[in-house]
Design a protein around this ligand. Structure first.
Ligand code: NAD
Length: 462
């Protein structure tokens, strides 16, 4: 039976870093080396200021780093030493569609696989950790097989990651499930068992699911598509709530009490963001079109369309409430990360909203507790952005002289029991508008202060 003693992870990003840090933390008998092409990223992982923010991550990394956890740019050496290699590189959506929708760009997966094939000097278990279209393992296999010899054999596993940013360490320490897919051959199953053994260092055996390779690859896309679909469903209902006087929180609560539905992921908002949901659905859409299943493709595409609609609906509502023009008005945007407890801004709704505000000639002030100014300007990528958008050190500074405050990220510090909204109100232009895109504040309480409040999914007149 194969026993894994040395692991390499290619890609030190939001997934590779935390995942393999926890693995090292829970498996002190295994040496774990996380490698990346980016020298800056590796230097940050080796410093006291880690490149990503996740609650609990510092503790895990600082406990193991230098003992059995290493960060390096020497990709080849780490590949050569390892028995098992996670491929945890980025799989962004391609910029061009080529007629069938937007495919995942697998260039990084291919290049990491080629590297493994070229430098391996002994047999390896290669594990897809990145989220990939169904049957990507087939392409990886072709590349690896072309380089295998009687002495060097490669097995491929699929082990998609289900962590959510913001709760990554908690999710990794206590996962709902770990999914490991393998080819159903003798050697595939032996490799699968070896990875099961690694995870059962800390994950109860009944939470480790083993499947065939293709089920595992598709399950990751399916899980993200269904999570995003729930958000788009409640967001679609939020529009009906605003028009009718139904309250989206009450509707979500009433629906969620049905045990067949469950209450999680039924929070209306300005729309989902993050690097995964949209990308993975577009992936599914593309796959469906390639498989000549256009109705299936259209079905999933609608989840993304609804998400775009929710963002533009929110912006239109803000503009019409502010007397149909925001030219030269100051809008304070609270939150830039795509959700709370992360500094990640990829596909954040804030980017779309702020670009729309700039288009309408508003002056924008942004405050986010974890996102640096440099990142915000990079994401907005507009000419003269620094003249149009000010980055502030607090919510109070952002709201000073503002006509409207817009809550975009649900950071706890923006709650009405944490932020002093009386002070915010005092500094604003009157009438002072507040738009809550996250159902975070008690509208009645803020109306008493004097704010004119609009909350997604709630009708002010109800
Ligand atoms: P990321 O962009 O943060 O990290 C990827 C890293 O891989 C980068 O640092 C990049 O420099 C490195 N890299 C790319 N090619 C390389 C190569 N050939 N050799 C060495 N390093 C290389 O991406 P991420 O958010 O960690 O996502 C990785 C994968 O995990 C994606 O497929 C994503 O869909 C999936 N995923 C992400 C999340 C999430 O919450 N971010 C959750 C589950 C799954």
């Amino acid at each position: 039976m194969t026993v894994v003693k040395n692991i390499c992870c290619i890609g030190a990003g939001y997934v590779g870093g935390p995942t393999c840090a926890v693995l090292a933390y829970k498996c002190p008998d295994i040496k774990v080396t996380i490698v990346d092409l980016s020298e800056a990223r590796i230097a940050a992982w080796n410093s006291s200021h880690l490149p990503i923010y996740e609650p609990g991550l510092d503790e895990v990394v600082f406990e193991c780093r230098g003992k059995n956890l290493f960060f390096s740019t020497d990709v080849d050496a780490a590949i050569q030493e390892a028995d098992l290699i996670f491929v945890s590189v980025n799989t962004p959506t391609k910029k061009t569609g080529m007629g069938a929708g937007m495919a995942a760009d697998l260039a990084y997966v291919e290049s990491a696989t080629r590297r493994i094939a070229q430098v391996a000097q002994s047999s390896k278990i290669v594990v897809e950790k990145s989220t990939v279209p169904c049957r990507t393992a087939q392409s990886m296999r072709t590349i690896l097989d072309a380089n295998s010899t009687p002495e060097i054999h490669f097995d491929i596993l699929s082990n998609p990651e289900f962590l959510a940013e913001g709760t990554a360490i908690k999710d990794l320490l206590n996962p709902d499930r770990v999914l490991i897919g393998a080819l159903q051959t003798e050697s595939g199953i032996e490799a699968q068992n070896a990875l099961v053994d690694v995870y059962t260092h800390w994950v109860p055996k009944d939470r480790v699911i083993t499947t065939n390779l293709w089920s595992s690859e598709l399950s990751k896309l399916a899980a993200n598509a269904m999570l995003a679909q729930r958000i788009s469903s409640i967001n679609a209902l939020s529009a009906i709530c605003e028009a009718t006087g139904a309250d989206v929180d009450e509707v979500a609560f009433a629906c969620g009490k049905d045990t067949r539905l469950g209450s999680k992921f039924l929070k209306a908002s300005v729309g989902f963001g993050g690097s995964c949901f949209q990308k993975d659905i577009l992936n599914l859409v593309y796959l469906s079109r390639q498989l000549n299943l256009p109705e299936v493709a259209d079905y999933w595409q609608q989840v993304v369309t609804m998400n775009e609609y929710q963002k533009s609906r929110f912006v239109r509502h803000i503009i019409s409430t502010l007397f149909n023009t925001i030219t030269n008005k100051k809008i304070a945007v609270l939150g830039f990360a795509f959700k709370k407890d992360t500094g990640d801004t990829r596909e954040s709704a804030a980017i779309t909203l702020i670009k729309d505000f700039m288009q309408e000639n508003a002056r924008v002030a942004v405050y986010d507790p974890k996102v640096e100014a440099e990142q915000i300007y990079m994401d907005l990528a507009e000419p003269d952005v620094e003249k149009k958008v000010t980055i502030c050190a607090s919510a109070y500074e952002a709201a000073e002289g503002a006509d409207a405050v817009v809550i975009v990220t649900e950071w706890d510090e923006f709650r009405d029991d944490q932020l002093d909204y009386t002070k915010i109100y005092a500094g604003m232009n009157k009438p002072a508008f507040l738009f809550d895109g996250r159902l975070l504040v008690d509208a009645a309480k803020l109306r008493k202060i004097g704010f004119k409040v609009s909350v997604i999914g709630k009708n002010e007149l109800a």
